[in-house]
Design a binder for this molecule. Structure first.
Ligand code: BEZ
Length: 209
């Protein structure tokens, strides 16, 4: 069964490169990003995992904990880690789950049999501190993901959670945002002084801090 936005992210116990962990406990009060990669010792995955390691400070600044997964065993992850460090110039600094029995991959519907019936696709789940799924994304094995885009979505989600604003098309950090329709004009005047009404349903304001 596919996981949908608003669902509670399934909890699990997993063997990882940082030992055995319970997923919800690992996340604690943080935001979370769970992402799968198809296979160890493969080129696109090597670049992705190195890039995620390089973004450590960006994730920390947003209170995000990252965790990767593939159906390969943890022993293979450990062996591959040396290649990631050597070729990408960044050592793994987040746990990688080994899921050879596919328990977690199946719970998150990460294996799409018509694409490949044994390997996980490139899934991403952004999970809020309430453990609800806020974003799902699926890429094919041949296309590396854009983790700058994933950070951009985290920024948007956190603005919505903290300030009742939404973000327009192609929005980037620092640009104007949209006041959520659930905010009345009276509330908007109080919370976003100087906001602009372009249409009654399209009200924009400076990005809250
Ligand atoms: C890769 O990471 O390069 C890859 C993995 C599985 C299938 C195709 C490409």
């Amino acid at each position: 069964m596919a996981i949908r936005l608003g669902d509670t992210a399934p909890d699990f116990t997993a063997e990882t490169t940082e030992g055995t962990l319970r997923f919800h406990e690992y996340l604690g009060d943080s935001w979370g990003i769970l992402f799968s990669h198809p296979k160890d010792f493969t080129p696109v995955c090597t670049t992705e995992l190195g890039q995620v390691a390089k973004l450590k400070d960006q994730f920390a600044a947003r209170n995000v904990k990252v965790i990767g997964l593939s159906v390969d065993p943890v022993d293979d992850h450990h062996k591959w880690a040396a290649d990631i460090e050597e070729t990408q110039g960044a050592a793994l600094n987040y746990p990688l789950i080994g899921d050879p029995d596919r328990k977690i991959s199946d719970a998150y519907d990460m294996i799409h049999p018509n694409a490949n019936n044994t390997l996980t696709v490139r899934s991403v789940f952004i999970i809020g501190p309430d453990k609800k799924v806020k974003l799902t994304l699926t890429y094919p094995a041949s296309t590396g993901r854009n983790f700058d885009e994933i950070l951009r979505v985290v920024d948007s989600l956190q603005l919505t959670a903290n300030h009742s604003v939404a973000t327009p098309v192609n929005w980037k950090d620092g640009e104007d945002v949209i006041i959520a329709p659930s905010v009345s004009n009276e509330q908007a005047a109080e919370r976003f002084p100087g906001y602009q009404t372009i249409k009654p349903y399209l009200r924009v304001t400076k990005q809250p801090k």
